[in-house]
Design a protein around this ligand. Structure first.
Ligand SMILES: NC(=O)C1=CN([C@@H]2O[C@H](COP(=O)(O)OP(=O)(O)OC[C@H]3O[C@@H](n4cnc5c(N)ncnc54)[C@H](OP(=O)(O)O)[C@@H]3O)[C@@H](O)[C@H]2O)C=CC1
Ligand SMILES: Nc1nc2c(ncn2[C@@H]2O[C@H](COP(=O)(O)O)[C@@H](O)[C@H]2O)c(=O)[nH]1
Length: 320
């Protein structure tokens, strides 16, 4: 008889951070910048590499403001994309898959003499042999590129991706707003538990991906040991968001769809994502400023002057 052990796990809404003594005179004195790979960025949060969230213009927008970005991998020519970014004096950060198409794209990049500063291996479960092969290939062909591998959701998977050569690991399976993986397959781990486990297991930076529904969730992810946070729905609905603008009965919305949705795939095959409409919110600038101000405030509540203060901040479980 096999015995299954069930462990209670936590999501962002289950915990809060415990306030510490503030040491700065103003929230403006708190530094939200983060070193990630070969560069430093203004904020430790960035938009998901999804076709309904970013496009080439959005990537430029973020990079020009000192924010990290990763272009998605759907119907993109990596050579043209990297050339355009480099010609504009910006860093190139692309996503790759694990199939033949990606190997051909990487050959084309090498033939063009282009080495993107950042690459993200983007598949649903990167704890697999196809990902291991692709990671080895990228590390051999692009030794100067900072390689992010994802997604995974356990300490064992994080350790494997680190040992396979990833320079950073993206953690989070089935926690996204347009995700239906947990409904269709039964698999998921809540984000507080995922982030705590994965960040404790490896030396490389961990990115907490998905499930951010409030700005304070970013601080909670950093407290769990994440170096960066990826979010999709947080950045959806703006002028700069890539999803299409829709008008229904005089109200404006923008499309937000999963990368594994029928809408993105163009076919109903292995669908693990859905499409929703989010209210149209205008320019993204206000959000970017507010995110930074809120995180400065979080740092001050954590009793520090920079992001280091947040790591390990005590948390309490919310009684329900
Ligand atoms: N973060 C998350 O929780 C999730 C994210 N996504 C996103 O959706 C997009 C599509 O993801 P994904 O389906 O991985 O990418 P792809 O559809 O590009 O699949 C990548 C390759 O891996 C194979 N593969 C995928 N899943 C499995 C599996 N469970 N078992 C064996 N082989 C598999 C596929 O073959 P085959 O199709 O023949 O099985 C394909 O060859 C990505 O952008 C991903 O990030 C999707 C689901 C969950
Ligand atoms: N299960 C699925 N997950 C998906 C899909 N497309 C993207 N994603 C993941 O969701 C996050 C964004 O989550 P949010 O809560 O911030 O909106 C994204 O970064 C991917 O990891 C999908 O089709 N299915």
């Amino acid at each position: 008889m096999s015995i299954v052990t069930i462990t209670p796990e936590l999501n962002y809404g289950d915990v809060y951070l415990v306030p510490q003594k503030t040491v700065v005179d103003s929230r403006k004195d708190c530094d939200t910048s983060v070193a990630f790979g070969p560069r430093r960025f203004a904020m430790p949060v960035y938009a998901s590499n999804m076709k309904s969230v970013i496009n080439e213009a959005t990537c430029r927008h973020f990079a020009e403001r000192g924010w990290f970005y990763t272009m998605h991998r759907f119907n993109v020519d990596p050579v043209a994309f990297c050339r355009n970014m480099h010609d504009a004096g910006l860093f190139a950060s692309i996503s790759v898959g694990v199939n033949d198409e990606t190997y051909a794209q990487l050959d084309a990049l090498r033939a063009a003499g282009i080495s993107p500063e950042y690459m993200t291996l983007d598949i649903a479960n990167a704890w697999c042999v196809k990902a291991e092969r692709m990671i080895a290939h990228v590390k051999k062909q692009f030794p100067d590129t900072f390689l992010i591998g994802g997604n995974i959701a356990t300490a064992d998977a994080a350790r494997d991706l680190e040992s396979w050569g990833c320079d950073a690991i993206k953690a989070g399976i089935a926690g996204g707003r347009v995700c239906i993986t947990k409904n269709k397959t039964g698999f998921h781990r809540p984000m507080i538990s995922t982030t705590l486990d994965c960040a404790a297991a490896v030396k490389v930076p961990v990115i907490a991906d998905g499930g951010i529904s409030e700005h304070g969730d970013i601080a909670k992810a950093l407290a769990c040991g994440a170096t960066m946070v990826m979010a999709g729905s947080l950045f959806a609905g703006y002028d700069e968001s890539a999803g299409g603008l829709i008008e229904i009965e005089g109200k404006h919305y923008k499309e937000y769809f999963g990368s594994a949705s029928e809408h993105n795939k163009g076919a109903y095959v292995n669908v693990e994502g859905k499409k929703i409409l989010v209210p149209y919110k205008g320019s993204i600038e206000k959000l970017l400023v507010e995110l930074q101000q809120d995180l400065q405030s979080s740092i001050s509540y954590a009793g520090g002057r920079d992001l280091a203060a947040l790591k390990g901040t005590p948390m309490v479980l919310v009684a329900r």
